[in-house]
Structures are given as C-alpha cells and as structure tokens.
Design a protein around this ligand. Structure first.
Ligand code: FEO
Ligand code: CA
Ligand code: CA
Length: 717
C-alpha cells in the first residue's frame, strides 16, 4: 500500500482517538459556550448515550493518547497587495501548468498573443483552476511523480480572447468556434507532474494519462435519476447519458482512488423561456440569456447533434425526447472520474442535485457505511450527507496504477444509500434529516406526497433535492463552500463563506416567492441568525465543525471553529489581528498528518473591503489539535490562542486562492491562483518564480503554484 493510502486514513488507524475522548473535549468547550452564548448544550451526552461518557472534563484524561501538538514553524506573512505571490521566509513558490499549457502534441505551443482554437483548448490545460487532488502512480515515487486531477471552473472571457473578442453578430449570435473554445476551456484537466532535482516541478506533455474532460464530453448518469423520465432528451432517449460537466468548483476524492468533480454554478449556462418547472426556479435556470450566450450559436451550419441548441431548454417538441427541456436535469451532480484510465466519467446522482461546491469522504470505519459530505453554495442553502448502503471493505482501498476497475467500486458505494440534509440546533447538537420518498415532513406528509411526486419516486426527490430539503426543515446556512475531514477524529470542518442576506435575531424569514417554505419552488431569500450562522449581514464568514458518534449516525454536535473579520470590526469574534485577519473562507483542507500535527489550511475568496484594503486573498494555517476554546470565547479560535492561526501565503491582485493538495510526504504543497488580474509576471513562461512581481501588463493566466521549503522539509512544520 502506498503512503497515499496511509495518509488518506484507510489503513493506518492506529492513532485514532476514542470517540469518548473527542466527546469529552467537545463537552468541555460546550460548557464554556454555555457561559459565553447562553446556550444549554450539555444534553448532547444523553443524546449519544455512550457508555463511559461523563460530564467531568477530566474523567478520561488518563485514557487519551498523548499528543504533541506542534507550533507552526513560520512567521505569519503580512498583508500584501501586489501582482505576486508572497510566502514565508525559507520557502519557494513556482508557477506550474498555467491555463493554456499544452498537454500533448495536438495543441500549438502557447504564446501570449495567440488566438485559441477549439482544438488548442481541448488539448491544453483549462481555465480558472479550482479544486484538485493528487493521485500517485506507484508507492515509491508518490511524492515526486503523480497525476494531478484539477477542475477548470469557468472562463475569463477577457483573458481568453484578449484582443480578439468575445464577439457576436448583429443578431447577438456567438460564432460557433468561439463557443466551442469556451466549452473546452471548462471541465477537468488530468496531467502528470514530476519533481526535478532542484525541488522545482514540471508537467510531462508526453504522458498518455494527460486528458481533458470538458463541458461537451459525453458521460454517464448513475444512481436513482439515471434512466428516469426526468433526464430523457433528444440526445439521450434512455436518460442514461449527458454531455459535459460544468462549473466544476471544489472537488473531492474517494477512498478507492477516484476523483470527484462537483458542479456548482451550472444553472447560469442554461435558459428556459417558458414551460418552467419547480426545479428550474428553485435552482435558478436563466430565463433569457445564458452566462456566455452559448445557446445563441444554435443553428450554425457546423452544429453537430444540437451541441449549442441544448443550452436552451425551452420545450419545443411534442415530448421530452424531441427537445432539450430536461437537459439541465443532467447537471448539478457529483461526477466520478478514474484518473488512471480513459473510462467515461459518471454522474453519481444519489448525492443530490444542487449547486455542489465539493464532496468529501468521512472517516472510514470497516463494516460501517461510507459517507460523503457536501454543501450547496448559495445564500441560505444547506449541508448534505450521503450514507452508503454498502459497508466499507478495506479491500476496496485505493491501489495506484492501471488495470483496476475503480468505477465499479464507486457504483457499490455511491449509487445506493440515503441522502440526508442537516438541521442544526442552537444547543450545539444537530440531526441529519433523510431525503427519501417516505420520510415524514414536519407537516405530517410523506416527502413524496409533499413534493407532489408519485409514491416511491426517489429520482424525483433527487431532482428536487432543494425543495425536499426545504420541506424537511433543514437549516439555512451562510453559503456552504469547502469541507474537509480529520481522518483521525472524524471531525468535519466546513467553510460558510459569507451571507449579506442573513438578518438579525427576531426577524422573519423571507422567501424567493410565496409566503413560506411549505410552498414548492421557493427557498429562503433571507433568514434570521441561528447557532452556526450567528452574525447578521455576515461579511466575514466562518468555519464550523461537527462530529458524529459513527458514520451511520443521524445526530452530530457542532461548534464554530473561527469567524472571519477585519481586526477592527466590532464582531471580530475570534480576536483576529492584522497578521491573520481574513474574510470569506472558501477552500479548506485538513492535511491528514497524524499525532496532533495535522494542519487545517484555509483559503479565501474575499470581497469584504475592511480586509481587502489590507490584503489580497490568502492561505492560512492552524493546527487544530493545538487550540482549544477559551473561557468566554464563542469560537474555538479566540483571543487566547489566535496567534496560532497564521497567514502562510498571499496571492496576487485580483485573484482568489483555491484548490489545495500536497505530496504524501508533505514536502510540496499545491494551490491554485484563480482569476489573477495581472499575473504571472511572464505571460509566456510555463514555469517561473511565482513571487516575482509583474512589471507592465500581461495576459493573466490562472495557474497552479507549487510551494516547497528550501531545506526540503515538511511544509508548515
Ligand atoms: Fe466556485 Fe462556491 O465557489
Ligand atoms: Ca469556492
Ligand atoms: Ca467563493
């Protein structure tokens, strides 16, 4: 087994902390929260009913494994507002695989003045890098030679077309090849990366593993929605295939070695002028103009199989198989990709249909279900958990390389199970509400009946995931973005990035239409503060966390790990200073180092001016095992320990910092710089010093950045 496997919690569970110890620690925090927030939370003990639990904070001190939490061995970097990356002293940062890097000989060499063609872009690294994950080819070289699977979320049309567009004719129609180029700039890039002797990295343009999956690539549907009437179209009369994955934001990965790419703001690419249905409104399918006007190229003489017409989902034919009224119902899913093969990607519909930010596996326990957490990134939307029907068999654990049918294992764990949505109680507890046809709503109906569906229509529940979650009484959150799981404790962390529509306590919730959430096709336009979303007009965002007694449990307990804010803000609940103030947390990764050494990395995508006036977007680090909530604090990071949250990196002007992974030995950390304004410094170089400040104006290129310690040691420690 590879280090990769070990680091991904599958085999080495020897340092697992007993759940009773986790509970003790958390109850200790709760007691403090009780004083600080006036909430009663000690009842969680009774809720889990675990033998040996005690409300005596010290009862299990002797039983807990000794931990040696380490301080982060770098100085927090100051805020920066330049066209350059900033990293701590003793580190190097290099630009790697910028947008437009050729992946094979079918693409022309990049040059900053080139006009991209569909063929070029299909064979180059896509645009607007986002979530990513590394996949080793063998155990021995896992930290120096691996496949990177990376999302290309959307396009910057100004950079894509530079002096050449985008264009449209007098009737507003986009040229077919411009649209094809834009479609090919979206999706997923798989590319082989190799470390060189001096610590720097290159991509291997000759690797046969390199490939692109775009918003035009044909792929399969699996799970409850596959083959249902909901997804039958003129192109897919059996409802089992769909073209493309779109707006791939954060990512995930599976314990069996596949990549998960997650469809986020895809509704903006489709229009439906009339004949709109409940889910079209609930999810926000456009009614007039698609984001980039791809639908306007319909009817071009070169169009193949309605490649452009499908983006206009207005019913036009006699039935669903005569038109594309259902095309958008093929989107909004978690998509599984085997990075080691050219197998077709598979949309795993049972994990729900919404604006998926990402998807993260929970702690693995042999003989227990496999779980995946995901969030819906829109204001006042929800957090979800999928629980597999099959129980975990360690024989299914990842093994690097070819000739291994990972996607069949994916079907085993992801196509049958139960989808749940989270309800957070203000007392620090929570529960997972099932989204099944026969689940009972608070209104006393079965969920299928409440949604107006046929008895047992699980596909319908999934297509209408958000409406189903509304009806079950889920808690509206402050825009769930990334999650991550500490594989040793099972604690789940999730960023809630911000929410200007969060209202004060005591105000009424408002809805996008209608008067209540009982009316179908509506969501919360605004909602008053609640426990995990404690601030009105929330600009700073927060990182919450929760833990469950075991993967299959329907209850959890939660706390707030840190709240973003500017140092001078009145609601700076975590006591941040100029050296770690941040807002709009987005990317998140617990880097799986055991023995209390695991670092939680927090990336930002910020527009809050009290912070942007001081610094560009950034990457922060903290060792969660080294911090515990102080008396009187409402968040785990507080005035007594905030110095342990350190700023590790600042990005160039205009960017967001996103995507994160590291080699198994933690000697190289990879992040993505998305939508930089005028960076990297040399717009013609595929690899270069990421910390060099741009002079003049360049054609900006979203890029991966690899960071290493000059002494070759572990990042951060
Ligand atoms: Fe694409 Fe929610 O970030
Ligand atoms: Ca994001
Ligand atoms: Ca964001």
């Amino acid at each position: 087994m590879s280090k990769e496997i070990e680091d991904h919690r599958i085999l080495n569970r020897s340092d697992n902390e007993p759940f009773s110890a986790i509970l003790d620690r958390r109850v200790s925090r709760r007691g403090i929260m009780q004083g600080g927030l006036g909430v009663a939370a000690m009842t969680v003990l009774g809720g889990f009913g675990l033998a040996g639990c005690s409300d005596d904070d010290d009862a299990h001190a002797d039983d807990q494994p000794a931990k040696t939490p380490l301080a982060l061995a770098f100085e927090s970097v100051k805020g920066s507002k330049t066209d350059a990356i900033v990293v701590p002293a003793g580190y190097s940062a290099q630009v790697l695989i910028p947008w437009g890097t050729p992946l094979n000989s079918s693409a022309r060499d990049w040059n900053p003045g080139m006009k991209m063609t569909p063929e070029d872009q299909l064979n180059m690294v896509g645009m607007q890098h986002d979530g990513m994950h590394n996949f080793p080819l063998d155990e021995k070289n896992a930290s120096s030679d691996f496949l990177l699977a990376m999302n290309n979320e959307y396009i910057d049309q100004t950079a894509l077309w530079f002096q050449d567009g985008p264009t449209s004719d007098v009737d507003g129609k986009r040229p077919a090849d411009e649209v094809r180029t834009e479609i090919n700039a979206h999706g997923v890039t798989i590319v082989r990366l190799k470390k060189q002797g001096d610590g720097s990295w290159v991509h291997d343009p000759s690797s046969l593993y390199n490939r692109r999956i775009t918003s035009a690539t044909s792929m399969d549907l699996a799970g409850p929605v596959a083959g249902s009437d909901y997804v039958k179209t003129k192109y897919s009369k059996d409802g089992k295939t769909v073209r493309g994955t779109n707006n791939n934001c954060a990512n995930g990965y599976t314990p069996w070695g596949t990549y998960l790419t997650c469809e986020e703001n895809w509704p903006g690419y489709f229009i439906k002028k009339d004949g709109r249905e409940m889910d079209d409104d609930r999810l926000g399918i456009e009614d007039e103009n698609g984001r980039y006007g791809w639908e306007t190229a319909a009817g071009d003489a070169s169009e193949v199989d309605d490649e452009f017409a499908r983006f206009d989902t207005t019913p036009r034919g006699g039935s669903a198989t005569d038109d594309y009224r259902n095309e958008a119902r093929g989107f909004g899913y978690i998509v599984e990709i085997d990075p080691y093969s050219d197998a077709r990607a598979i949309k795993r519909t049972h994990l729900g249909r919404f604006r998926h930010e990402g998807c993260w596996p929970g702690k693995l326990v042999e003989g227990e279900p496999v779980v995946f957490y995901s969030g819906h990134d829109s204001r006042n939307e929800y957090i979800y958990k999928f629980v597999s029907k099959a129980v975990w068999d360690p024989a299914d654990a990842n093994r690097p390389g070819d000739n291994y049918d990972r996607l069949s294992i994916g079907a085993k764990y992801m196509d049958e199970g139960t989808l749940y949505v989270a309800k957070f109680n203000d007392d620090g507890t929570g529960e997972w509400l099932p989204l099944t046809p026969d689940a009972q709503t608070p209104g006393g109906k079965s969920l299928a009946t409440a949604l107006g569906l046929d008895t047992g229509d699980l596909a319908g529940i999934i297509v209408h995931t958000c409406d189903a979650a509304d009806l079950m009484g889920a808690t509206p959150m402050d825009r769930p973005e990334w999650g991550t799981v500490d594989p040793h404790t099972g604690e789940v962390y999730m960023t809630l990035t911000n929410n200007s529509d969060r209202t004060e306590a005591g105000t009424d919730a408002t809805f996008t239409s209608g008067n209540s959430v009982e009316e179908l096709g509506v969501g919360y336009a605004s909602a008053p503060v609640n426990g995990p979303n404690p601030r009105a007009e929330n600009e700073g965002g927060q990182v919450i966390r929760w833990v469950e007694p075991s993967p299959k449990e329907a209850t959890f307990e939660w706390d707030i790990f840190v709240c973003g804010a500017a140092s001078g803000d009145a609601d700076n609940l975590s006591g941040l200073t100029e050296l770690n103030q941040f807002a709009s947390p987005d990317g998140l990764w617990y880097d799986d180092r055991g023995d209390g050494k695991g670092i939680l990395w927090i990336e930002t995508d910020n527009g809050y001016e009290n912070v942007t006036e001081d610094t560009n977007d950034q990457l922060l680090a903290v060792v969660p095992a080294a911090v515990s909530q102080g008396e009187g604090d409402t968040t785990v990071i507080g005035s007594g320990n905030q110095t342990q949250l350190k700023r590790f990196l600042v990005g160039p002007n205009g960017c967001e910092v996103t995507g994160i992974c590291a080699t198994p030995d933690k000697s190289a950390l990879f992040i993505n710089i998305q939508h930089p304004g005028n960076w990297p410094a040399d717009d013609s170089a595929a690899t270069q010093d990421a910390t060099k400040v741009t002079s003049g104006t360049v054609r900006p290129r979203a890029s991966t950045v690899v960071i290493w310690k000059n002494d070759g040691g572990q990042i951060g420690l």
